[in-house]
Design a binder for this molecule. Structure first.
Ligand code: NDP
Ligand code: MG
Length: 398
């Protein structure tokens, strides 16, 4: 049977890797919809190649332009725009699998729509789950959606868990989850050096090629903070059951520690096509195009503890998840604003955790009522963080 796939965020790093895997298996997958936000030429090229029924862009003007380009190319792809259209292609009855690979809070509604519609949801967009936590997991349960992690660590954990892990970690004998972190490009930088790093340095990850936002998150270790929260929801783990260990080679993608002393790990070359292929085909296995791991070439596997002083974001994530309610949405929103401000040259790298901590302190978490409540916490935290950034930009100008 051919499965019909929507790729949300097709023009991004995960989107491109997903289409690469799909192209290797035309008998198994066909593309139903592709979505993009700013890279219109890339989206047009993807439409020519994968001939989706639908494409979604950000604005009416973009939609008009792309529709014309595709018509001229002899394609009948229907182009629409905006959040409602993203939700439609994520939940359409013709769709079997949704790759959720929009970056940040912008992916929440469409990813949730896919979960509510009972799709196989391949979750790359960790921010959606971090923000909406219990609400998202309830939607998955209620609809019978299959939620499969794409984040390499969570995909590794999923592969090392027994099939019945949803019964509870204690019941299946899991003691701890060990999340590996590469440590990012600044692993060995001093606090003083961190204050002067540039966006270009932050985006040059030693092992992974990724979008800008997650690259900066990786450099600040907020990526691991978001992943800690993600792991708690995906595997119904308490925060203290999830440990982070720095592993600079990014070959061991994460581990599960059992009560009998066994520790299971998943290893592989750092290439996102492996978790993508795993989740697309699960419980079967398909070729991903990733070369076999050469252990002799790898030679060493190093592990060290994360440094809470130079990289406070991990602590902030632990505090947010412990506070519960809307705190994780506040953490995520303040981080998104801080990262963008850093990329725009408006604040320094070491301001990122300061902005987040300020938002968490000033906007205490409240028990979540509904999705609107989460989105309102997101908006308040963005406005709060923006004010911090503006004040800093002003003081730099003066
Ligand atoms: P990219 O920045 O490369 O891609 C993001 C995608 O989202 C692009 O298609 C972009 O469109 C689209 N997009 C951006 N803003 C909006 C918006 N406001 N509304 C709708 N679409 C939007 O990011 P990545 O592919 O690196 O990451 C995607 C997600 O996957 C993130 O949540 C990240 O944390 C997660 N992830 C990524 C990994 C990786 O290796 N890259 C690993 C693990 C998780 P356009 O490009 O046209 O502007
Ligand atoms: Mg990851």
């Amino acid at each position: 049977m051919t499965l019909s796939v929507t790729v949300l965020g097709a023009t991004g790093s995960i989107g491109v890797s997903t289409l690469d895997v799909i192209a290797r298996h035309p008998e198994r997958y066909q593309v139903y919809a592709l979505t993009g936000y700013s890279r219109m030429a890339e989206l047009a090229e993807q439409c020519r190649r994968y001939r989706p029924q639908r494409a979604v862009v950000a604005t009416a003007e973009q939609a008009k332009g792309l529709q014309q380009v595709l018509r001229d190319a002899g394609l009948s792809t229907d182009v629409s725009w905006g959040e409602q259209a993203l939700c439609e292609v994520a939940s359409a009855s013709d769709v079997d699998v949704v790759m959720a690979a929009i970056v940040g809070a912008a992916g929440l509604r469409p990813t949730l729509a896919a979960a509510q519609a009972g799709k196989r949801v391949l979750l790359a967009n960790k921010e959606a789950l971090v923000m909406s936590g219990a609400l998202f997991m309830q939607a998955v349960q209620a609809s019978g959606a299959e939620l499969l992690p794409i984040d390499s660590e969570h995909n590794a954990i999923f592969q090392c868990m027994p099939g019945n892990y949803a019964d509870g970690l204690a019941r299946v004998g899991v003691r701890r989850i060990l999340l590996t972190a590469s440590g990012g490009p600044f692993r060995n930088f001093s606090q003083a050096q961190l204050a002067d790093v540039t966006p270009a340095q932050a985006c040059a990850h030693p092992n992974w090629s990724m979008g800008q936002k997650i690259s900066v998150d990786s450099a600040s270790m907020m990526n691991k903070g978001l992943e800690l929260i993600e792991a708690c929801w995906l595997f119904d783990a308490r925060p203290e059951q999830v440990e982070v260990v720095v592993h600079p080679q990014s070959v061991v993608h994460s581990l599960v520690d059992y009560v009998d002393g066994s520790v299971l790990a998943q290893l592989g070359n750092p290439d996102m096509r492996t978790p993508i292929a795993h989740a697309l085909a699960w419980p079967e296995r398909i070729d991903s195009g990733v070369s076999a791991l050469d252990l002799l070439l790898t030679a060493r596997l190093d592990f060290e503890a994360p440094d809470p002083v130079r990289f406070p974001c991990l602590r902030l994530a632990r505090e947010a998840v412990a506070a519960g309610g809307t705190s994780c949405a506040v953490l995520n929103a303040a981080n998104e604003v801080a990262v963008q401000a850093f990329l725009d040259g408006r604040v320094g790298f070491t301001d990122i955790p300061v902005i987040i901590e300020d938002a968490l302190t000033q906007l205490p978490g409240e028990p979540v009522i509904d999705l609107e409540h989460i989105l309102s916490a997101d908006r308040l935290a963005r406005a709060h963080a923006e004010r911090w950034v503006r004040a800093r930009s002003l003081s730099i100008t003066l």
